[in-house]
Design a binder for this molecule. Structure first.
Ligand SMILES: [Zn+2]
Length: 257
């Protein structure tokens, strides 16, 4: 059978497994015994490893830090490295963030793209290779990371007892795949905000977002404005132009928007 037909034949199973794992809220939480990154993360790892076993693979849980599914023979292995943890869901969802509902042919959930969907897809890809008996010169190991969003502390644990792969790829984020990321920089921009001359507006603070590595769903600024009407007008114009939900509150004679 052609591999594409094989994948198509597993369509319903792939969707069902993806929905099931998306329903597990796997945001890092308080550590528990055998669950170094909290209960939700541990549950998602358990789910992925049970599924791997059901699909006929060797599946190993490395003390809750990381796990893998493996197929094939040989000394060297190729890694498919992704992760099952997610950043917090934030607010403003059109559909429930852990509902995994399908609308217009898309699954909506935190982690659908980053990175549970691609992990499940990789697992079924390996299943297709196995079922079709496609020849392999190396083992293939799908590594289920569990701490990618908050420090990747799973990988040093993995490398303590496992040798690194000879090659690999990371099905994380945009299609089709990313070979390597250049890095991530988290930094603060600090500026003293003061009213200069007879400026009309003083910015007292700006805050927004829950984590440095997620798109902020909300942003708030405190303004000390001489002409409140002008600020309200600008905020209304901004709301119309962008379609954003903008609220202006008059607080202690100051404006929050
Ligand atoms: Zn990711």
């Amino acid at each position: 059978m052609d591999i594409n037909l094989k994948i198509d034949s597993m369509r319903d199973e792939i969707i069902k497994s993806t929905q099931e794992i998306l329903k597990i809220k796997s945001v890092e939480d308080t550590p528990k015994e055998g669950m170094p990154f909290g209960e939700g993360v541990a549950k998602s790892l358990e789910y992925a490893l049970n599924l791997s076993k059901e699909l006929g693979f060797k599946a190993v849980n490395m003390d809750g830090y990381v796990g893998y599914a493996e197929y094939g023979e040989g000394e060297d292995y190729i890694a498919v490295l992704g992760h099952l943890d997610v950043v917090p869901e934030g607010d403003g969802w059109q559909y429930p963030p852990y509902g995994a509902e399908i609308h217009d042919g898309k699954i909506y959930a935190r982690g659908a793209l980053d990175d549970k969907g691609p992990m499940i897809a990789a697992l079924y890809g390996l299943k297709a290779i196995k079922d079709l008996n496609l020849p392999l010169s190396k083992r293939i190991r799908i590594i289920f990371g569990t701490n990618e969003e908050t420090g990747s502390n799973d990988i040093p644990y993995y490398l303590k007892s496992e040798k690194p792969p000879v090659a690999g790829f990371t099905p994380d984020a945009e299609f089709p795949l990313i070979h390597a990321e250049k890095g991530l920089t988290v930094f603060n921009i600090v500026k003293e905000l003061e009213r200069k001359g007879n400026g009309d507006i003083k910015i007292e603070y700006i805050k927004g977002g829950q984590r440095a590595n997620m798109v902020p769903d909300y942003c708030e600024a405190g303004l000390d404005a001489k002409d409140k009407g002008a600020v309200i007008k600008k905020a209304d114009e901004f709301a119309i132009r962008t379609g954003f939900d903008v609220k202006v509150e008059d607080k202690d004679d100051k404006i929050n928007s």
